[in-house]
Design a protein around this ligand. Structure first.
Ligand SMILES: Cc1cc2nc3c(=O)[nH]c(=O)nc-3n(C[C@H](O)[C@H](O)[C@H](O)COP(=O)(O)O)c2cc1C
Length: 135
């Protein structure tokens, strides 16, 4: 079956706690696995950056749900189109978790990007780099 990929960026509305991130991650893992959709959701406390990849109908359907989610705004597609192979073999989410302070977001993201191409890698490492932990 042919594969389709969407990459978008958005801005968080209000504050999203690590608990809320975990809830989004948990629900997404269940939904996306059911729909054969993989990818990465990165949250750096200001912005979301997400890649969704899988069968086009499923990717479009999930993106439409996400786009309507009031927890973020200014959802902008950075890239969209057919892909030959998946850049992410499974669903993953990376976000700041004060409970794991030694686990830097940058390192987590780097590990998740092992199979990703240079353009995707640049988007995600750039976004993880932008993060400045609160003093
Ligand atoms: C930044 C962000 C990314 C999300 N990513 C996904 C995702 O990959 N898969 C998913 O099923 N829901 C994701 N959600 C949650 C959806 O927006 C939505 O709340 C969820 O799919 C449940 O939809 P429903 O209430 O219409 O069933 C995300 C939400 C946000 C704010």
């Amino acid at each position: 079956m042919s594969l389709y990929q969407i990459m978008y960026i958005s801005t968080v509305v209000g504050t999203v706690t690590p608990q809320q991130c975990a809830a989004i991650a948990q629900l997404s893992a269940i939904n996306n696995q059911r729909d054969d959709v993989t990818g990465l959701l990165l949250f750096n406390s200001r912005r979301f950056l997400q890649v969704l990849e899988g069968p086009k109908a499923a990717v479009d359907r999930i993106f439409a749900r996400i786009h309507a989610d009031p927890r973020h705004r200014a959802v902008v597609k950075l890239r969209e189109g057919p892909i030959a192979t998946r850049e992410f073999g499974q669903w993953a989410m990376a976000y700041d978790d004060p409970a794991r302070p030694s686990d830097s977001l940058k390192n987590t993201v780097a590990a998740l990007l092992e199979q990703a191409g240079p353009s995707t890698r640049a988007h995600f490492t750039g976004s993880a780099d932008l993060h400045r932990p609160a003093a």
